[in-house]
Design a protein around this ligand. Sequence first.
Ligand SMILES: [Zn+2]
Length: 73
Amino acid sequence: MKPVKQNQQPGMNCPECQTFIIMPVEHILAAGVFSCANPACSVELRLDSKRSTKSLDALETYAQAMNDLGKPI
Ligand SMILES: [Zn+2]
């Protein structure tokens, strides 16, 4: 398994304001809708767990690693 770059928590930068949006893996797989953490920015990110993106793949890999460890966040 390739090491995943995890500086802190899983998530991505807002495409509008570059604020880092924390995306708990369980939330991604369940709902997949995130609001930007920046109060001045109203961006909503909608992630479809069935849609394969690079970032989502990385997060799924991360989730699987957590499952393997048996230590959910
Ligand atoms: Zn934003």
